[in-house]
Design a protein around this ligand. Structure first.
Ligand code: 13P
Length: 258
């Protein structure tokens, strides 16, 4: 198996942005632009919980899929403020971002909770986008590979090979998120290839080759083509640039080109 047989996925992570009318407007603008990607590149918008129903209605019948930005690991109960996987599935949500570095940094997310959320999402039929990435200090200390291997092993602990194939891994170096500092295409490729080799050790080559690995961190209309051309970079998880229809579309079109 090689890159062309893996599913290319471009996902926007809107973070804490857009009211419902704004979400509808942005999705209405994105839909016609990315329609030609149908069957070639999976196009996803991961939106705040409050926008999910609006986003699902706005994209019905189009090739734009909708994801959430987090999910709780328990099925139901006394967890004030949390949203379960069943609630997301019932809405028509297909994907969910798990373990984003902002959740790890600001909301106490750990590899253990990332693992629990990933398993809960998979059990409910959601496709998780599991985020991993090193801090700048960790890169400077030359332990990027150790950090990434640890995250992959813990985050996917007890996830079967069949479920791992439904999981997307997003490599997001923390120092590149929202900073305008992008990893070079070679740096992104090096870590994405390392992630694939780690997956091959946990599972097997065929499983590792089937898993979509995205790069995220200041990916934009200018740098996307170079990043997406790399062998082990199968897509992108886009923050700021996903809030502008034209820029997001440029990234989708770069993925269509391969
Ligand atoms: P930026 O594209 O704004 O750097 O954000 C990346 C990100 O965190 C996507 O999840």
């Amino acid at each position: 198996m090689n890159k062309s047989s893996r599913k290319a996925i471009i996902a926007g992570n809107w973070k804490m942005n857009k009211t419902r009318p704004e979400a509808k407007e942005l999705l209405e603008a994105i839909k016609p632009l990315v329609a030609n990607a149908d069957g070639k590149v999976e196009v996803i918008a991961c939106v705040p919980f409050t926008n999910l129903e609006t986003a699902i209605n706005a994209t019905a019948g189009s090739n734009v899929k909708i994801g959430a930005e987090n999910v709780h690991f328990e099925k139901s109960g006394a967890f004030t403020g949390e949203i379960s996987a069943d609630m997301l599935v019932e809405l028509g949500v297909e994907y969910v971002v798990i373990g984003h570095s902002e959740r790890r940094q600001y909301f106490g997310e750990t590899d253990e909770t990332v693992n629990k959320r990933t398993k809960a999402a998979l059990a409910a039929g959601l496709k998780p986008i599991v985020c991993v990435g090193e801090l700048l200090w960790e890169r400077e200390c030359n332990i990027t590979e150790e950090v990434i291997a640890r995250q992959i092993k813990l985050d996917l602990f007890d996830v079967s090979a069949a479920d791992a194939k439904k999981t997307v891994i997003a490599y997001e170096p923390v120092w590149a998120i929202g900073t305008g500092k992008t990893a070079t295409a070679d740096q992104a490729e090096e870590v994405c290839a390392f992630i694939r080799s780690t997956l091959a050790k946990i599972y097997d080559n065929a499983t590792a080759e089937a898993i979509t690995i995205q790069y995220g961190g200041s990916m934009n209309a200018k740098n996307c083509a170079e990043l997406l051309a790399k062998t082990n970079v199968d897509g992108g998880l886009i923050g700021g640039a996903s809030l502008k229809a034209a820029d997001f579309n440029t990234i989708v079109q770069a993925a269509v080109q391969g």
